[in-house]
Structure formats: structure tokens, C-alpha cells
Design a protein. Structure first.
Length: 272
């Protein structure tokens, strides 16, 4: 993985077991992602917020928001699944889960009571989807839908899971990301962002790049495009209205940026 992955790619329906690695920079892909830590502990940066995730709890998030594994306890292993976003939306799950995922929340199974089930099920999904058996793939998809429907009825965030934003030197990029995450739809400049967190503009830009693995302005742009993708898939708004809602100064700039990052126009993305 490169330090900065600018492409809003879509991964296949797939599941696997691996030893995760700290990521050098934030990245995006348009899928729903499910993680289950078998052991250890992981610190996630996702959509401008910071989470510490314990083992043996299912975690679900929309990977269309910039995200990164920032720290891992020794011996951490996990199962990972990627589910194409369009498939997830076709299920019409209802309730709070779809909206909370698409607005940037990282959803944690509220208790460990389902841990044994999730471990066994993720292992079976990894085997079925790796083998490529059509019937196993169909069963895995049905079971994934059922699991997310069940999660939707019990979602919550464990108290204290979201980490406080540190003010220590060297973690200033976290405060910058937190501010951007709350204001990216507004007119922004590097100078305004730096002033809001009490830093010089050049220093803020450097600190953010060193900490997040991508430029401050590219992060703003990614959040805006992620927001646009969600609106294209869930509303009938015109591309011009979406451009303004996402914080772009003009539809022309929005179209050019969307095509650069997604490889297709907003209209093509919606139809596909």
C-alpha cells in the first residue's frame, strides 16, 4: 500500500484472515468493511475521529471515508470483509445503521456475547469466498445481510471507545483532522484551519502530512467527495446541488475533482 492512495476504488465481495499492519497513510475505497479482531487491540483513524477497538468485537464502517490503522498491539490478528456499497444499499436495512455508517461513524458491536458466533462465521466466510464456490458465496452474502440487520437493532458505542483528541506536540494533526471533520462542508482555507487549532498555516500543513500521510487539502477534498458519493446514491439531488452542499465553490470544480478521484463523472457514478 502506498502512503497516499487517491483512488476511490471498489473492492470485491471478499473475506480473509491476516495480521494487520499500521498503515502509512489514510486511504479510501467505496465498500462497507467489517473487521473482527481475534486478538490484540487496534487504534483506528476514521472520518476525522480516533477509536481504540478491543478484541472479539465486530466493527463495521464505510471505507469511503478516509481511514487508517494507526497503532496495533503486538500479536493482533483479525478477519476482514469488504462488501460493495451498492449491495449494502440494495438491502434497504432501515433503522439507524445505514445513515450512521454513511455519515462517518464506526459502529462497534456493543457486547462480546456474539464473539464466538462472529469468529466462526467470519472463518466460514473467508473459506467460502476464497474457494469461489457460487453457493458458498450466496450463503455468505445472505448471512452478512442477516448479521448487519441484527447489528442494526443493537448498535451502540462502547463508553470511552472514542479517544479524546490529544493536545500533545506531535499529535496536533489529530486536532486538525477533528476540526476538518466537523467543518469540511464549509468554505475552508489552510489559513482558516490553522487559525482554528492555534497553529501557523505552514506548520499545520506539515504536521498534518507527517501524521496523516496525505496533505491537509487532499483530506478536505476526500471528505467532500465521500459526502458527494453518499448523496449521489441516496438522493435524487442534481450534481450542482450536491457540489454546493459538499463545499465546492463551483460545479465545474466539483466535476473535475470527482472525475479525478473516482474515474467517472458524478452522473456515471450514480448510474453504475
Amino acid at each position: 500500500m502506498t502512503a497516499v492512495d487517491f483512488v476511490f476504488s471498489e473492492l470485491p465481495f471478499h473475506a480473509w484472515r491476516s495480521t494487520p499492519q499500521v498503515m502509512p497513510g489514510a486511504h479510501v475505497h467505496t465498500d462497507i468493511e467489517l473487521n473482527f479482531l481475534l486478538s490484540g487491540q487496534a487504534d483506528y483513524f476514521h472520518a476525522g475521529r480516533f477509536y481504540t477497538v478491543p478484541p472479539r468485537r465486530l466493527v463495521v464502517f464505510w471505507a469511503g471515508m478516509p481511514h487508517r490503522l494507526t497503532a496495533l498491539a503486538p500479536g493482533t490478528e483479525y478477519y476482514c470483509m469488504t462488501l460493495p456499497l451498492a449491495w449494502f444499499l440494495e438491502w434497504n436495512l432501515g433503522g439507524a445503521l445505514p445513515n450512521r455508517l454513511l455519515t462517518g461513524e464506526l459502529i462497534l458491536e456493543p457486547s462480546d456475547q456474539a464473539a464466538a458466533y462472529d469468529e466462526a462465521t467470519m472463518a466460514r466466510w473467508a473459506e467460502d469466498l476464497t474457494r469461489g464456490d457460487a453457493e458458498g458465496r450466496r450463503i455468505a452474502l445472505l448471512e452478512t445481510e442477516a448479521r448487519l440487520r441484527r447489528l442494526g437493532g443493537t448498535i451502540g458505542m462502547e463508553p470511552g471507545m472514542e479517544k479524546a483528541i490529544s493536545s500533545a506536540r506531535g499529535r496536533q494533526w489529530e486536532r486538525i483532522a477533528d476540526y476538518i471533520g466537523r467543518h469540511y462542508r464549509e468554505p475552508l482555507t489552510v489559513a482558516r484551519i490553522a487559525e482554528a487549532v492555534g497553529l501557523h498555516a505552514n506548520y499545520a500543513a506539515t504536521a498534518f502530512r507527517e501524521g496523516a500521510g496525505l496533505s491537509l487539502w487532499e483530506y478536505v477534498t476526500r471528505l467532500r467527495i465521500s459526502h458527494a458519493q453518499r448523496l449521489l446514491l441516496t438522493t435524487d439531488w442534481t450534481a450542482e446541488r450536491i457540489a454546493l452542499d459538499c463545499g465546492f465553490r463551483s460545479p465545474a470544480r466539483f466535476f473535475a475533482t470527482f472525475k479525478r478521484l473516482c474515474g467517472v463523472t458524478p452522473r456515471q457514478y450514480r448510474h453504475r
